[in-house]
Design a protein around this ligand. Structure first.
Ligand code: FES
Length: 116
């Protein structure tokens, strides 16, 4: 498998619906899937590594949702919408520049990542 640049986990339509409007979550998930495909982010030969995406049931934030957690940075965005997904993918995932004003939680790894 190719290396992984980012893993995006979206609490889109949780069982308990504690995380905002499930309709907005579902639309955000659809936009995320579409963007990842359109931009070739899951292509195995992508030089910067592939971008994985997972629809999670609950990311243990349970407010300000839908929420999107991005690894390896451990940053969680709140109030996600299809429009925000668009900017997050372009500015953070591709551009490497997180959008500070939408971050609701930071969860760093307990050990630094290996270089490389
Ligand atoms: S329901 Fe979304 S983080 Fe828990």
């Amino acid at each position: 498998m190719s290396s992984v640049q980012h893993h995006l986990l979206l609490c889109a339509t949780p069982t308990k619906a504690l995380c905002g409007d499930p309709a907005v979550g579902a639309a955000s998930w659809d936009r995320l899937k579409q963007l990842v495909r359109e931009l070739g982010l899951e292509e195995p030969g992508r030089p910067k590594g592939v971008v994985l995406r997972t629809k999670a049931d609950c990311l243990r934030v349970c407010c300000d949702g839908p929420v999107l957690l991005i690894w390896p940075e451990g940053l969680t965005y709140g109030g996600v919408t299809p429009e925000r997904i668009e900017r997050i993918v372009h500015q953070h995932v591709i551009g490497g520049e997180p959008i500070e004003e939408w971050i609701v939680r930071r969860t760093p790894f307990s050990r630094p990542l290996a270089p490389g």
